[in-house]
Write a new protein. Sequence first.
Length: 114
Amino acid sequence: MFKKIMFSGYSLLFIIITSLIVPGTAWAVTNGNITQVESFIKSIITALTGIAGLVATAFFVIGGFKYITSSGNPHNLEHAKRTIVFSALGLAIAIGAFVLSNIVASLASSAFGG
């Protein structure tokens, strides 16, 4: 024998609140302004790449200064060389990231009709 399922007051309240909270179907906006988002992301990438380039350049200068002032001490000379190599590597990575992000942005804008 089947028992009748009765809704209590809490069940009914839960259903009403859930139906108000859960959003309906989200339709894609066809005339949205995607260029604002694209320019915002490009400006963030440009700023971060510029900061990374400045930091790498500063470490390159610091490494050069340490290299000049090492006075033939092998430990200081090796430390200065590592600083110069790692700062050059960081600068190359920053430039590569900037170029790669511009390539991806241009491909994405052409793919999405920008």
